[in-house]
Write a protein that binds this ligand. Structure first.
Ligand code: PXG
Length: 460
């Protein structure tokens, strides 16, 4: 075997030790132990290698993270230099450091001008934990402490910690002891599955009006904020109809409810705009960020606040009783700074908008537009979902769509491409540095996986 790395140990040896000690994410651990996890050992650009030397084109940017791809020497150099200079200090005790100052400067030069402050965290889940406390604090400062309830959406995803999973709408997570008081949910705007006879525009408005109904039911004087992903990521890369966001924004403004966008997946260029809310054309009060902030090279997240909120908290709020040991970690900040500089200076976000994004979507429509298994192609920029369908006329989905999607993902691995499966949808979100040739390969290998799935489903 000609491997591009020196394997340290046998795959089975890694797997046995992993099974002995490690509880993985979102999996039946016993079943995984029996199967043995794939051991990833190297990444370069869009490619990954496992411990058997098999190469994969990573069509998911790790977990929607690696905007710059793997193996960027400028990011490793930034981390090493910062570790040498100041590996750690904290934001407690009236202290700061240059890396975090420069990161914030750059971040706000990229954001729309009505945002001014950020609270750094280590992850997206923490950003949303902090969100709840910050939003409630904001209303306290404004003399409305009863405004505490957060409204989220069914099938939304905001993280895996207690409050973040409660904000999210994954019922199977709630059932694992994951609910907190003062959180409510409305339906997701998933027209293909739930739109029935309504047009997408009618359905988008209908879903948005559910927010108004929920606010009136709970009492606007009790509702603090509405949180949603601009497009749903983990829930299936679902784009709302165009009518949705303008109506949601109107309702939030009308009832004085903060509009909180979870940009953990949508942020940092994924849609071809710096932030997904810009693509959809609305103005949230807060933005939860993580993932692409560092291209996933180190854990870092944050909660971005509008000037209006920051002004109330800073000028009138007194002590803000919140802080994490690793908030604004210098090494993570240095890597985030190098990452954002590269995204900006190499014109990568613009390239996604003007070149590679349209290229990918043209290609997907050519290849899958008339495919017997695919009912809908959604997305923009370097972000796409393929919807499996049993009957295109009625949009009837397969009873076993989850199994089919998982099978498609497995075929993808066999073909050397990583795509994400959710309930009946296949997702692609490759690194933003993807070239046209790499996108050709992504679509080519995905087509083979989808064709193989179509054969199992009796569609080819
Ligand atoms: N918000 C959103 C919108 C996310 O997608 C989080 C918050 C939580 O971030 P952390 O950094 O705490 O994981 C996420 C995470 C998937 C998948 O399968 C997506 C995420 C996590 C795990 C799996 O698509 N997103």
């Amino acid at each position: 075997m000609n491997l591009p790395f020196e394997p340290q140990r046998q795959t089975q040896d890694y797997q046995a030790s992993d099974a002995a000690h490690h509880i993985h994410a979102f999996v039946d651990q016993k079943a995984l132990n029996a199967e043995g996890p794939r051991v990833m050992v190297r990444g370069e650009g869009l490619y990954l290698w496992d411990s058997e030397g098999k190469r994969y084109l990573d069509g998911m940017s790790g977990l929607w993270c690696t905007q710059l791809g793997y193996g960027r020497k400028d990011l490793t150099a930034a981390a090493a230099a910062q570790m040498d200079q100041l590996a750690y200090y904290n934001m407690f005790f009236h202290t700061t450091h240059p890396a975090v100052i420069e990161l914030s400067e750059l971040l706000f030069s990229l954001l729309p001008k009505h945002y001014s402050h950020v609270i750094y965290t280590n992850s997206g889940s923490e950003a949303n934990e902090v969100l709840i406390r910050t939003v409630r604090r904001y209303w306290q400062v404004l003399g409305k402490p009863q405004k505490k309830i957060m409204i989220g959406r069914w099938n939304g995803y905001h993280g895996s910690t207690l409050a973040a999973s409660a904000l999210g709408g994954m019922k199977f997570m709630h059932e694992m002891g994951g609910l907190i008081p003062d959180v409510a949910h409305i339906d997701e705007p998933y027209w293909y599955a739930q739109g029935g006879e309504l047009t997408p525009a009618e359905f988008g408005r209908r879903c948005a009006l559910q927010l108004e109904e929920k606010i009136l039911e709970l009492g606007a004087q009790n509702v603090a904020g509405f949180i949603a992903e601009p497009f749903q990521g983990a829930g299936g890369m679902i784009f709302p109809p165009e009518s949705y966001w303008p109506e949601i924004q109107r309702i939030c403004r009308q009832y004085d409810v903060l509009l909180c966008a979870d940009e953990v997946i949508g942020g940092f260029g994924r849609t071809g705009e710096w932030f997904a809310h810009q693509y959809f054309g609305f103005e949230p009060d807060t933005l939860s960020i993580a993932k692409g902030l560092t291209s996933g090279y180190l854990p870092m997240g944050g909660l971005v606040l509008s000037k209006r909120m920051a002004e109330a908290l800073v000028e009138r709020g007194g002590v803000f009783a919140h802080g994490l040991t690793y908030s604004g970690h210098p090494v993570a900040a240095a890597v985030a700074l190098a990452n954002l500089k590269a995204l900006r200076d190499e014109g990568i976000v613009r390239q996604v908008k003007d070149d590679t994004g349209p290229y990918l979507h043209t290609l997907l429509h050519e290849v899958f537009g008339n495919h017997p298994l695919i009912g809908e192609i959604q997305g923009t920029g370097l972000l796409a979902a393929l919807q499996f369908v049993e009957d295109k006329g009625t949009r009837k989905r397969f009873a076993n769509e989850n199994d089919l999607a998982w099978q498609c993902r497995t075929f993808g691995f066999e073909e050397g491409v990583i795509i994400r499966s959710t309930l009946g949808r296949m997702i692609m979100a490759p690194a933003l540095v993807a070239s046209r040739a790499e996108l050709d390969e992504l679509v080519d290998k995905t087509r083979i996986a989808v064709d193989r799935t179509a054969r199992i489903a009796g569609k080819l």
